[in-house]
Write a protein of this length. Sequence first.
Length: 178
Amino acid sequence: MSLLPLHILGSPVLRRRSVEIGAPDDEVRRLVEDMFETMDASKGIGLAANQVGVARRVAVVDADGDRFVMIDPVILESEGRAIAEEGCLSIPDIYGDVARPERVVLEATDLEGNRYRRDATGLKARAIQHEIDHLDGILFLDHLSLIKRQMLLARWRREHKDDTGYTKEVQAESARTD
């Protein structure tokens, strides 16, 4: 396994709709292992493949004590509405309150190629929706009001004006301690 560089705001791959995978192969399994390792080292609860520069429909989630992979995920049902603060590994140190359905029913493929369904609420439902948004080229900023989005983007530009690229290396020593 290895840590993958994170693509950050401005990277074109973050705005591209990812392509479906179908049956997972060894390459996808290795990608998933690397994504879990990268997510853990970054102290995240979810990571989509395009966040590591791979425009394929695969994401990993570790929320509410449930750790799973979503290959070619689809939300079949949603209900309710909850507003909560979100951040993103691809937009470090920027947060905003996002309204999303409180409950979702997910259908996805696991690493063995089996389709499964999962009913999720709370943080897990939010993480699923956030990662599927990534796979569709949507960022959490897109769910904010125009004024709030412009304010956060202006802050991002100020804080990252000296950045020379659209990737950020992930360091192993920042791994979780919990």
